[in-house]
Design a protein around this ligand. Structure first.
Ligand SMILES: [Zn+2]
Length: 406
């Protein structure tokens, strides 16, 4: 048993001392009785605004602005997390109650300050949609609300093709997203960004809608597969255009929010298959936006095939132990990007016992290439290690102030 250390973390010499989370996250019942939803939202906005003011060192939005400019930033604003807790629930959790747009907005605004508890980054940005299944829902895929809206089941390609493109205004969860946009525009200030949902990308959408057939369809039914990919891409682009119009000036500028393709499922196919059957569709998205942000989901061949063939403005790398197709090393990724102004999101699993040293090496890289963002996880850590993780977080902040920023 590790006794809990009694030593309090030292405040960073060049940064404001972090406030205890209890000052930021007030209990629901005690504070908000007898108020209307818009009043509760106004209170939550005020609290978020105060926290953002107090914590420039935790501002993810400021870090993003700096990496877009290619400027070294004063505060690293990195994410540091722990692995899942051991006690995984056995029974299916109950379906959460249906919420109104105002209730969803209230949760979203309150959620902004949550990461501060672990000294993790915050930004004035509201999210939309239902996670990875947001677009597949329009193709008739059910999202299991009781499992965090996980897409469930799959459909036959013939049936989906016969239906044609889903309506980019009225299908699936789009009407709900539109209500959320309207509520956010009406009840939150202009400096709150409204981010589009997780749009995924043509091949991930194909995988979620058609199931594991996507791994053989390009070879067995290339014409039908191409037709589905065209449909998925048309729909992606039509919805993206609608969202941009509905959100207006509060649409974010950070590319990983606005023109992202997640390529998780490409980790299970070859680079050749990608180039022949998927790339033409990705290219249409990249051309529509003039650039593209890629989530390669760790595969080195995915990292390379996208970097070589698309106008990539953001991509990701880092060591992941249990990756299907291996993972791209950060030093290799940095070398392959070279002088190009590409933002690299580094996400790594930290080695047990050597976490600090390992993370410091990634921070050091920013001296030569400031376009780096960090999100690291100690898979061996659990919730009970929170205090230890916070202290490491502060030491790494201090390292940045002394060795990278100084
Ligand atoms: Zn992924």
């Amino acid at each position: 048993m590790n006794p809990r250390p009694s030593v309090k973390p030292k405040p960073h010499p060049s940064q404001p001392a972090p406030h205890p989370p209890t000052l930021i996250i007030r209990p629901f019942a005690a504070t908000f009785v007898n108020k209307t939803p818009p009043q509760l939202i106004a209170d939550a906005v005020e609290e978020a605004a105060a926290a953002l003011d107090r914590h420039p060192e935790r501002r993810r939005d400021l870090a993003e602005q700096a990496v877009m400019r290619g400027a070294l930033r004063q505060y690293p604003a990195f994410y540091l997390g722990h692995g899942p807790d051991d006690e995984a629930p056995c029974a299916t959790p109950p379906t959460p109650p249906k919420q109104s747009p105002e209730e969803r907005l209230l949760n979203s605004v309150r959620g902004i300050t949550g990461p501060l508890e672990m000294l993790n980054p915050i930004s004035p940005r509201l999210g939309l949609g239902r996670g990875t299944g947001t677009l597949p829902a329009s193709f008739g895929i059910r999202l299991a609300a009781e499992l965090g809206h996980t897409p469930t089941g799959e459909r036959l390609i013939d049936d989906v093709l016969a239906e044609g493109m889903p309506d980019p205004e009225t299908s699936g969860v789009i009407p709900e997203m539109r209500e959320d946009i309207e509520a956010a525009l009406a009840l939150t200030p202009d400096w709150f960004e409204i981010a589009p949902p997780d749009m995924q990308g043509p091949f991930n959408i194909a995988h979620m809608v058609l199931g594991t057939e996507v791994f053989v369809l390009p070879l067995l039914e290339p014409d039908k597969f191409r037709d589905f990919m065209t449909l998925a891409t048309d729909f992606y682009l039509a919805l993206a255009a609608n969202l941009r119009r509905w959100i207006g000036p509060r649409y974010p500028t950070f590319p990983a929010c606005t023109c992202r393709i997640a390529e998780c499922s490409l980790n299970m196919v070859s680079a050749e298959l990608y180039r022949e059957h998927v790339l033409p569709h990705d290219r249409r998205i990249a051309e529509a936006f003039g650039q593209v942000a890629i989530h390669p989901c760790s595969g080195p061949h995915v990292f390379r095939a996208t970097l070589e063939n698309l106008p990539v403005v953001y991509t990701e790398a880092g060591y992941i132990a249990k990756a299907y197709a291996g993972s791209i090393r950060v030093e290799e990724a940095v070398a392959e990007i070279g002088e190009r102004p590409i933002i690299l999101g580094i996400g790594q699993e930290l080695p047990e016992g050597n976490e600090e040293e390992f993370f410091r090496r990634d921070l050091d890289l920013a001296r030569a290439n400031p376009r780096l963002l960090y999100g690291h996880t100690g898979m061996h850590w659990r919730k009970r290690d929170a205090e230890k993780i916070r202290r490491l977080h502060l030491r790494l902040d201090e390292y940045w102030a002394r060795h990278v920023w100084a």
